[in-house]
Write a protein that binds this ligand. Sequence first.
Ligand code: FAD
Ligand code: GLY
Length: 369
Amino acid sequence: MGERVIVLGGGIIGLSVAYESQKRGYDVTVLEKVACGGQASGAAAGMLAPYSEIEEDPDDFFRLCLKSLKLFPSWQEAVRKESNIDFEYTNSGSLHCVYHEADLLSLQSRQQWQGDFGAEAYILQGDELFTREPELSKDIIAAMYYPEESHVYAPDYVKALEQACRNIGVKIYDHLEQVDVKSWQDEVSLRAKGGQIFHGDRLVVCSGAWALELEETFEVPIPVQPIRGQICAYEVPQGKVNHIIFSSQGYLVPKGNGTLVNGASEDISGFDTSVTEKGIARLTKWNKKILPFLENENPFHKWAGLRPATLDGFPLIGKLSHAPHIIFATGHYRNGILLSPVTGEVVADLLDNKNSDVSIEAFSPERFY
Ligand code: FAD
Ligand code: GLY
């Protein structure tokens, strides 16, 4: 039996870390206070869209996202096989739409720097655009088409990954209500609310927006805060919308189950996951300018989740230098679904004391001292 690794948090990041680490021979236990995927991960729109989501300059975060996009096809295939659960993974491509001539310049500059990274990126106008997505508003003057961008149905993907973990031998304890770190300097031990104690050799902190709770324990600043995303879905016949559609006001994602997911707000509201009329209205009022047929439609489902956001927008991925058996993997903010495969790999490399082929220096959990 390999070294005992405890993973704190059963969101998509904790499950990805558990999955890859167990496969590499570690003896992995996941501790989750509610249900696996019951927080941000189950609420996500599921887009795998680094080119659309990162508009500015290339940096280590963009490289990390890109690597994860490339890992996704084989990763999702393995999860599907090992779980015996099917879930939607659609290579729909995406369209980033603009309304003003002046915005063409920013599309061109993105096309250039992203092209240097091998991105397929095409600026479409007129017939080329409207043949591809016929329901788009004719007020849209151009769109960047990224054929590689894809999406998964996040709630099903998390379920499948949880099942894959169980099938390969990961021990998962959920609904523990609260789990506290009892000791960590030598042996790692954690105590659940009911009194159950879990022992390990290493600890991976994947507690999403709740990571700040561990600041005092590990004597390291962990500026992670919850940013609420309110999101909703329309019922739309399959095939009416074909691509992920971005505008400056939000995004629309056509799912294989006949829903069109429309996200998402970015609110500072503590740990409150309620949905407000104002928050949803701010999203939906723009939709007629993107897809005019939505003018008289109302979303049938509304929900919200808490993105784990750090001060600089980069995740925390790395070991604590004063306690290298403690590893952080949290703060994935808007891209945790996309980043799930690469985070699993990078953390397993850290457990193996091996360098990854992506740089993680910029994600040091100690960078906020
Ligand atoms: P979580 O899923 O929040 O998991 C953390 C887990 O830790 C929770 O289950 C929590 O209960 C548990 N936990 C916390 N503290 C403890 C403790 N002490 N003991 C035990 N358990 C604990 N990302 C994309 O890539 N693409 C998207 O399209 C996308 N869309 C999004 C849309 C919305 C509306 C939102 C809210 C997010 C979206 N995201 C998207 C972001 C993505 O959802 C997150 O980055 C990702 O889910 C973070 O995963 P996580 O595992 O770190 O966090
Ligand atoms: N990445 C989409 C969102 O966080 O809303």
